[in-house]
Ligand binder design. Structure first.
Ligand SMILES: Nc1nc2c(c(=O)[nH]1)N=C([C@H](O)[C@@H](O)CO)CN2
Length: 117
């Protein structure tokens, strides 16, 4: 088992969806992110710059969703993970993206992607 830094249940509103009516409203999205990282280095140095800063990464995700618009949650997930890999030192990441209100009979629907650099 490898060390992780994770973000669970990060909620935001975004313009997301295939249908015309969805392009005029904001809908809730919920992000769970698991990022492989050797936590022994920041633990030994007590140094934020040696870890994956979950606050900075959370803020990046919120800004990304505020600025961008997609039809499919698959597209949002893929583009977001590509930008996270570009902007942070990620070696492997798993993203679960839920769109809770999309199917009223379900607790949530969504996608999960796992990418390794
Ligand atoms: N696999 C997906 N299926 C669907 C998506 C999606 O993004 N990925 N989107 C929709 C609609 O936008 C839906 O959420 C409207 O309620 C349908 N299926």
């Amino acid at each position: 088992m490898k060390d992780l830094v994770f973000i669970e249940g990060l909620k935001t509103q975004a313009v997301i969806g295939v249908y015309d009516w969805e392009k005029k409203i904001q809908q809730e999205l919920v992000f769970d992110l698991e990022m492989e990282h050797d936590n022994r280095v920041p633990a030994a140095t007590d140094d934020l710059s040696k870890t994956l800063d979950y606050e900075a990464i959370s803020n990046f995700i919120l800004a990304f969703c505020a600025e961008r618009q997609f039809e499919l949650i698959e597209t949002l997930a893929e583009r977001l993970v590509a930008e996270l890999i570009e902007n942070f030192t990620l070696s492997a990441v798993a993203l679960t993206l839920r769109k809770p209100a999309a199917v009223p009979a379900a607790n949530a629907v969504g996608v999960k992607i796992c990418r390794r650099v």
